[in-house]
Ligand binder design. Structure first.
Ligand SMILES: N[C@@H](CCC(=O)N[C@@H](CS)C(=O)NCC(=O)O)C(=O)O
Length: 213
């Protein structure tokens, strides 16, 4: 049986959302973060050598990394739905944004978080450069969703599932005022209005409301 190991208020909510979108049966196992460090508890770490969320288990298989899990589930259990096919004109955009979410956007958000938390302990030009990277990511996204409802274009895809966390829940850790980004605000509302999204969030983190606005 497919088990989604969900660390509370984390990137693993993507996997619950994906399963709800695709109607894939799964068992949810929820773990709370360590109350002091906010890191994954020992029980979660023991699941996978890297020990970060998300992790799924499927029979003998233990798989980590959001992007890998999403591709695995879409292909193995979802008939390739939510993946844009290589012959589609939107394929390169789909690939770019799917990978940009975790390959560049999340690292830039993490760098911003660290730069801001070390404060005076780091040279200001370095802090500015790190924050500027994150600014660029938001500006690019703002531009992309100006005329496209979804990252791949007209069609909702796995790239949108990858992108939601860095622009919503991640703002709890690395604050970001969305006032300068009206298109991103509309994009977030568009994704959040999907029934599978609200269902997934109430299953994954009952009582928590994802910062949308
Ligand atoms: N690129 C990884 C990032 C995983 C990651 O950093 N997850 C965080 C949750 S948002 C985590 O597990 N933090 C707790 C810890 O590191 O102990 C993925 O998408 O799977």
């Amino acid at each position: 049986v497919l088990t989604v190991h969900h660390l509370g208020i984390s990137q693993s909510d993507r996997i619950v959302w994906l399963c709800e979108e695709l109607g894939i049966p799964y068992v949810l196992k929820r773990y709370d973060r360590d109350p002091v460090t906010r890191m994954a508890p020992a029980e979660y770490r023991a699941l996978h050598p890297f020990g970060t969320a998300p992790v799924i288990t499927d029979g003998e298989l233990v798989l980590g990394e959001s992007g890998a899990i999403i591709e695995y589930l879409c292909h193995r259990y979802g008939d390739g739905r939510l993946i844009i096919k290589p012959d589609a004109s939107e394929y390169p955009s789909y690939l770019f944004w799917f990978h940009f979410a975790n390959g560049s956007m999340m690292p830039s958000r993490m760098a911003e978080l660290i730069a801001r938390s070390v404060g005076d302990g780091a040279p200001k030009p370095l802090i500015d450069a790190l924050c500027e990277r994150s600014n660029r990511a938001f500006e690019m996204l703002e531009e992309r969703v100006r005329d496209h409802p979804y990252l791949a274009g007209a069609q909702f895809s796995a790239a949108d599932i990858m992108m939601m966390f860095p622009i919503t829940t991640m703002r709890e850790f690395a604050p970001r005022d969305l006032t300068p980004y009206p298109n991103i605000q509309r994009y977030i509302q568009r994704l959040a209005s999907r029934p599978a999204f609200s269902r997934a969030m109430s299953i994954a983190d009952p009582g928590y409301s994802v910062p949308l606005a």
